[in-house]
Design a protein around this ligand. Structure first.
Ligand code: TYD
Length: 133
């Protein structure tokens, strides 16, 4: 599947809003790592890789950005423009984040620790790997 958008529950009252994410049946995986991307310069794209095993869940908690996911055959672009909208990126899906607004803070939750050997950073290698998968 090329990405799945998930609407997150907002706990809102007259003070404002809160979203909580925790390991549970309603979250698609066990969270092991969180990182966030901010201060992205105009015209820059990030990501440009796939993973062998790691699942990721991306939320633009401030501002907006676009994420293009690619399974080697089809591509789909998602507009992450709300802090209550998450995008699930499975392994063997090439992902590129782009069109960051100046105030974008893109938070990414992952189901594994950072391991460089879980990355496929070359697109031709990605196509080769998925062909043989
Ligand atoms: P990089 O993989 O280039 O980020 P992106 O693909 O999202 O543009 O990562 C930038 C640097 O941060 C690189 O030196 C690796 C490091 N890094 C970590 O140490 N831990 C992490 O969880 C991530 C995602 C990156």
């Amino acid at each position: 599947m090329i990405g799945k958008l998930i609407n997150l529950k907002i706990h809102g009252d007259d003070r404002g809003s809160l979203i909580a994410l925790e390991n549970s049946k309603s979250f698609p995986f066990e969270i092991k790592r969180v990182f966030y991307i901010f201060g992205t310069q105009e015209g820059i794209s990030r990501g440009n890789h796939s993973h062998y095993k790691t699942k990721q869940f991306l939320i633009s908690i401030s501002g907006s950005c676009k994420v293009t996911l690619d399974d080697g055959i089809n591509k789909k672009t998602f507009n992450l423009d709300k802090p209550n909208l998450g995008l699930l990126q499975d392994p063997y899906i090439w992902g590129t984040m782009h069109d960051f607004s100046e105030d974008c803070v893109l938070m990414v939750l992952a189901d594994d620790l950072y391991k460089e050997d879980d990355y496929i950073r070359d697109y031709d290698k990605f196509l080769e790997v998925i062909k043989n998968d």
